[in-house]
Write a protein that binds this ligand. Structure first.
Ligand SMILES: [Mn+2]
Length: 325
C-alpha cells in the first residue's frame, strides 16, 4: 500500500505484547498497527490505531475497542468454514490490487492451517498465474505433499533456526519474491538465500529426531494417543514441527510432542490430529484438562494446539488427557 516495507515484530503468543514491545512501538509511533493471526486482547494495543485480524478460537473476554478485533468466528460457528488469516489477506489484496501475483504466498498459509479444501479459490487463482506450482488435485493431502509443503517448511525454518530475526527474514523474503515464487524456492534474492540456508540446516537437524520417533515414543494403542519427547535439538518451534510431521504418519492418532527445555522450568506440548480422520476437538479437550492442571496455558485450533505448563504437572496432564479421550 505504501510502497515501503513494514516494520515487523514477530510475536509468539499473546504474552509477546509486553512492556518492551509497547515501548518500541511508542518510539516508532506507527500510523497503522496490524496484528495478524493471534488472539490478543485489543485493550493491550488500545493507544495505537489499527486492527487485529485473527481466526483462532478466542476467550470470552475479547471486546473490540479503539483497536479493532476482527475474527470470522464472530459470525461463522462451523469450525471448518473459518478461513486462515492468510486467505483473508489474499481476499483484501485481490480487491485492492488485482494485478498483484502474490496469491501463492497465501497458499502457504492455507496449507499450514489445513484449510486447502475450504480455500480452493486461492489455489485456482494461483494456478492461473503460476501453472507450474500446482500439478496435483487441490486437496489438503496432495497440496501438502507438493511444493507448498516444502515452502511451508522453508518459511518456518527461519524461526526455527534463527528465532525472531529468522522470522523477519522469512517474511521479507516472501515480500521480496512476491511475484517470483521461483526465486523464493531457489534462494535467488538476498533474504530468500538466507531462508534456503535455514531450511537446509533444519532438514539435517530434524532427520535424527524423526529417526528416534518409532524407537522412543510412547504409544497408547487403546486410545490411539502417541507421546514423543525428542532429544534436545538446537531449533525453536521443534514441537510444532515434529507434531505436524508425525500427524501425517499417524492420521488417526492424537499426536503429542513434548519439549522440556523451556525457560523457567516450563514444558511445551504441541498436540495435533488429522481433522478428517478423528473427531476430537483439541480446544475443548484442553479446556477440560485445564480444570485439574492449573499451570497449563495455551490453545489454538480444533486440530492443533500448543500448551505451556509447569514441568511437575506433566504426568498429571497426560493422565487427564488419556482419561478424557
Ligand atoms: Mn493461523
Amino acid at each position: 500500500m505504501t510502497g515501503s516495507y513494514p516494520i515487523l515484530f514477530p510475536l509468539r503468543g499473546a504474552n509477546s505484547i509486553n512492556k518492551r514491545l509497547l515501548s518500541s512501538l511508542k518510539v516508532i509511533n506507527p500510523e497503522l498497527t496490524v496484528t495478524l493471526d493471534l488472539s490478543i486482547d485489543p485493550k493491550k494495543l488500545n493507544i495505537f490505531n489499527g486492527f487485529i485480524l485473527d481466526h483462532h478460537i478466542f476467550g470470552q473476554d475479547i471486546k473490540t475497542s479503539n483497536m479493532l478485533y476482527l475474527n470470522p468466528r464472530f459470525f461463522e460457528k462451523s469450525d471448518n468454514k473459518v478461513v486462515p488469516t492468510s486467505f483473508m489477506i489474499y481476499k483484501v489484496l485481490k480487491k485492492m490490487f488485482p494485478e498483484e501475483g502474490a496469491s501463492w504466498i497465501g497458499c502457504i498459509g492455507v496449507t499450514e492451517d489445513h484449510r486447502v479444501e475450504a480455500c480452493k479459490e486461492i489455489f485456482e487463482d494461483t494456478e492461473k498465474n503460476y501453472p507450474n506450482l500446482i500439478k496435483t488435485k487441490i486437496t489438503q493431502e496432495d497440496i501438502e505433499n507438493s511444493i507448498f509443503g516444502i515452502m511451508w517448511d522453508m518459511v518456518r525454518s527461519g524461526r526455527m533456526v534463527k528465532g525472531e530475526e529468522g522470522t523477519k527474514t522469512s517474511v521479507l523474503s516472501l515480500i521480496e519474491c512476491k511475484d517470483r515464487p521461483d526465486q523464493f524456492i531457489n534462494g535467488l534474492t538476498t533474504n530468500s538465500y538466507s531462508v534456503k540456508k535455514f531450511y537446509e540446516k533444519m532438514v539435517s537437524e530434524i532427520e535424527n529426531s524423526l529417526n528416534d520417533f518409532e524407537k522412543t515414543a510412547t504409544f497408547y494403542r487403546d486410545k490411539k494417543v502417541v507421546v514423543f519427547e525428542p532429544k534436545k535439538v538446537n531449533l525453536s518451534g521443534i514441537t510444532s514441527f515434529l507434531s505436524d510431521k508425525i500427524r501425517k504418519m499417524y492420521p488417526e492418532w492424537i499426536v503429542c510432542v513434548v519439549n522440556r527445555n523451556q525457560r523457567g522450568g516450563k514444558v511445551k506440548i504441541s498436540i495435533r490430529i488429522e481433522q478428517n480422520k478423528r473427531e476430537t476437538n483439541l480446544v475443548e479437550l484442553l479446556e477440560k484438562i485445564k480444570i485439574n492442571v492449573p499451570s497449563a496455558i495455551g490453545g489454538g485450533h480444533k486440530s492443533a494446539i500448543g500448551i505451556n505448563m509447569d514441568i511437575d504437572e506433566l504426568n498429571n496432564f497426560f493422565e487427564e488427557l488419556l482419561a478424557s479421550v
